[in-house]
Design a protein around this ligand. Structure first.
Ligand SMILES: [Zn+2]
Length: 183
C-alpha cells in the first residue's frame, strides 16, 4: 500500500473522505469495486455453500444470517444480512427487521465471549454515498471497539487484523456461536 495507490482509488471513487474510515487492507476491495469487479453478490452466493472459513458465515437463522466482513474495519467486524437480495431498507419485512436486532445481540454475545471489546459501532451504510460497499444487498455492520482506538479506524488496526487471520477469527467465533445456539 502506498499513497499513490490510495490517491488513485480516491480519484476513482471520489467518495471516500480523506483520513476518515480508511482501512488500508480495504484497498483490494475498493480497487475491485472501482474496476467494476465483484459483480456477483457475495451476500447471495456465500449462503449457497456450506459454512467454513471460506464463506465466512457464522450463523444462519430464519430470515437473516451472520457473516464476517472480508475487508474488516477492525478485528471481529461482523455483518447481519437478510437472505433476500434487497436494496431498499423500507422494503425489509417485519421478520427481517426483528431478526436483525436479535442477531445483533447474538453477535455481541459471541464477540464479548471471544474478543472482549469495550464498545461497538452498529449501523447501516445505505447507498454508495454513505459508504455502502455492496449497496444492492442490505446488511448491518457490527464493529467491536477497544479502548485505545483513537477514532473509528485506529492507526494500528492493520497490524491487529494481520495478527489474527480471518480463518482463525472465524474458527474462534464459530465456536462461540455454536455454544450460544445450544445454550
Ligand atoms: Zn445479494
Amino acid at each position: 500500500m502506498n499513497d499513490d495507490n490510495k490517491t488513485e482509488a480516491h480519484d476513482k471513487l471520489g467518495k471516500i473522505s480523506e483520513g476518515r474510515l480508511w482501512a488500508p487492507w480495504r484497498m483490494k476491495y475498493i480497487q475491485a469495486a472501482a474496476d467494476g469487479e465483484e459483480e456477483e453478490c457475495f451476500l447471495c452466493t456465500n449462503p449457497a455453500v456450506d459454512d467454513s472459513p471460506a464463506n465466512l458465515i457464522l450463523h444462519r437463522d430464519e430470515h437473516c444470517f451472520i457473516i464476517m466482513n472480508l475487508y474488516p474495519y477492525n478485528n471481529g467486524h461482523l455483518m447481519v444480512a437478510p437472505y433476500r437480495h434487497e436494496q431498499n431498507f423500507l422494503h425489509l419485512t417485519d421478520g427481517e427487521l426483528m431478526e436483525t436486532l436479535k442477531l445483533t445481540q447474538m453477535c455481541m454475545q459471541a464477540l464479548d465471549m471471544t474478543m472482549h471489546p469495550h464498545g461497538y459501532n452498529v449501523g447501516w451504510n445505505l447507498g454508495r454515498i454513505a459508504g455502502a460497499g455492496v449497496e444492492e444487498h442490505l446488511h448491518q455492520h457490527i464493529v467491536p471497539r477497544w479502548n485505545g482506538d483513537t477514532n473509528f479506524m485506529p492507526v494500528t488496526a492493520e497490524t491487529k487484523v494481520i495478527s489474527e487471520s480471518l480463518h482463525e477469527g472465524w474458527t474462534r467465533l464459530k465456536e462461540a456461536f455454536d455454544s450460544l445456539r445450544t445454550a
